[in-house]
Design a protein around this ligand. Structure first.
Ligand SMILES: *Cc1c(COP(=O)(O)O)cnc(C)c1O
Length: 370
C-alpha cells in the first residue's frame, strides 16, 4: 500500500501543457515593473478571488512578507508583533528589515490572541502580522480595531489560507496587505511562489518596485529592492491552479467533514477551528491530542499514513531566536499547542479508500495510545 503524505501537489495535464508552452516560447521571465503576460494573468485571477484592487505576484511567500514590510518602511527601532506558533518566515522578515519581532501568544484556535496583541503594543509597534493558521481565519475584527487605535499597520500572513473567508470577506482582504504562498504543499502551488493583495495604491507601487530591484524603467532604481520576480513558467502553472481552486477547496471541505464525523466524541481529541462566520480551507486538518501525540504519530506512520506536526518548535525557541534572547519568553498556549497538535491528511488527492485508511489509522492509534 502506498504511503499517504500529509499534503501533495495536484498537478495535471493542463499544468504540464501550460509550463511547456512557456518553456517553448522562450519568454521565461519578464523583468519589467508590470511583469510578464503569465504573471499578469495569474495576478488577475487572484485579484478577482480576493477582491482587492491590486495583486502583485512574487517568488515566495517569504518574499511577499518581506516586500510588504519594506514597502511599509519597517526598519531599525521598530517593533512588529507576530505569533510564535507559525512558520519561521513570519518573524524572519522582521529581522531582515532590522526591526524587532515581538512574540505574542495564540488562542485555543491556534491564531493570534487579540488581547495579547493589545497588551504587547508599544509606541514602537509599527505593524502586526496575524497568521491564518492551517487556513483558518484569525480574529481580524478585534485585531484591526486594536491596531487602528494605535496607528499600527496590519499585514495578514495568508500563506495557508487562500480562499478562506471571514465574515464574508476573503483573507488577504482584511488588512493593509495580505501575503500568500504558492509553495509546493500549499492550497495552490507553482513550486515556489507568492502573492501580495492590497487596496493601497502606494503600497502596491512600492512592492512592485521591491520585486524588481526598485526599477521602474530599468537601471533607475528608486527604492531598495531585490529579485523577487515570479518566473513565467511558475505563473503559468499557478494560473491553471487558480482555475482549479474551487474544486480543490470543495474536496478539502468534504474530506474534513468525513474526518469530523469519524473523530467526533473521541476522548482526549479536540478540534478547535470551527467558529461561526469563517470558512476554513483545511490546508491542514489539525487536532489537539491530550496526550501521547508522538506515539499516535508513529503508529500512523507505521500504518502508512503521514501525520505531521506543525509546528513542533515555536519560532522563539529555535536556536537563532534563543541566541537573540527570546528563550525565556513564556507563551503558554503556544508551547502547549506545539506539544499536542497533529495534522492528518485531508488533501484533495485522497481517494475515498485512502481517506478511510487515514481515519482508521487515526482511530486505531488513538484507541491504543490515548
Ligand atoms: C508557507 C508559509 C510561509 C512562507 O511561504 P514560502 O512560500 O515558503 O516562502 C509563511 N508563513 C506561513 C504561515 C506559511 O505556512
Amino acid at each position: 500500500m502506498a504511503f499517504i503524505p500529509v499534503n501533495k501537489p495536484m498537478i495535471g495535464e493542463e499544468e504540464k501543457r501550460a509550463v511547456l508552452d512557456v518553456v517553448s516560447s522562450g519568454n521565461l521571465v519578464n523583468a519589467s515593473y508590470e511583469g510578464g503576460p503569465k504573471v499578469r494573468e495569474f495576478e488577475g485571477k487572484v485579484r478577482r478571488l480576493v477582491g482587492t484592487k491590486h495583486v502583485v505576484a512574487v517568488n515566495s511567500g517569504t518574499a511577499a512578507l518581506h516586500s510588504v514590510l519594506m514597502a511599509l518602511g519597517i526598519g531599525p527601532g521598530d517593533e512588529v508583533i507576530v505569533p510564535s506558533f507559525t512558520f519561521l518566515a513570519t518573524a524572519n522578515v522582521v529581522l531582515a528589515c532590522g526591526a524587532k519581532p515581538v512574540f505574542v501568544d495564540i488562542k485555543d484556535d491556534f491564531n493570534m490572541d487579540p488581547a495579547a496583541f493589545r497588551k504587547a503594543a508599544t509606541k514602537k509597534t509599527k505593524a502586526v502580522i496575524p497568521v491564518h493558521v492551517y487556513g483558518y481565519p484569525a480574529d481580524m475584527d478585534e485585531i484591526r480595531e486594536a491596531a487602528a487605535t494605535r496607528s499600527i499597520r496590519v499585514v495578514e500572513d495568508a500563506a495557508e489560507s487562500l480562499g478562506a473567508t471571514y465574515r464574508g470577506k476573503q483573507t488577504g482582504n482584511l488588512s493593509d496587505a495580505g501575503c500568500f504562498s504558492l509553495y509546493a504543499t500549499k492550497v495552490v502551488t507553482s513550486g515556489e511562489g507568492g502573492a501580495i493583495s492590497t487596496d493601497d495604491d502606494e503600497l502596491a507601487d512600492k512592492v512592485r518596485l521591491v520585486r524588481n530591484h526598485g526599477q521602474l524603467h530599468g537601471y533607475d532604481s528608486r527604492h531598495l529592492g531585490f529579485n523577487y520576480r515570479m518566473p513565467e513558467m511558475s505563473a503559468a502553472l499557478a494560473s491553471v491552479q487558480m482555475d482549479r481552486l474551487e474544486g480543490f477547496l470543495r474536496a478539502r471541505a468534504k474530506n474534513a467533514k468525513y474526518l469530523d464525523e469519524k473523530v467526533a466524541g473521541l476522548k482526549g481529541v479536540e478540534f478547535t477551528q470551527g467558529a461561526e462566520g469563517r470558512t476554513h480551507v483545511f490546508y491542514l486538518y489539525t487536532l489537539r491530542l491530550k496526550r501521547s501525540r508522538d506515539k499516535v504519530q508513529r503508529a500512523m506512520a507505521a500504518a502508512g499514513v503521514g501525520a505531521a506536526v506543525y509546528w513542533p518548535t515555536p519560532v522563539h525557541k529555535t536556536p537563532l531566536y534563543r541566541k537573540l534572547g527570546y528563550a525565556g519568553k513564556r507563551l503558554a498556549m503556544t508551547d502547549y499547542s506545539a506539544k499536542h497538535v497533529l495534522s492528518i491528511p485531508v488533501h484533495p488527492g485522497l481517494t475515498p479508500e485512502e481517506l478511510d485508511r487515514v481515519a482508521s489509522a487515526f482511530l486505531a492509534a488513538v484507541r491504543e495510545h490515548l
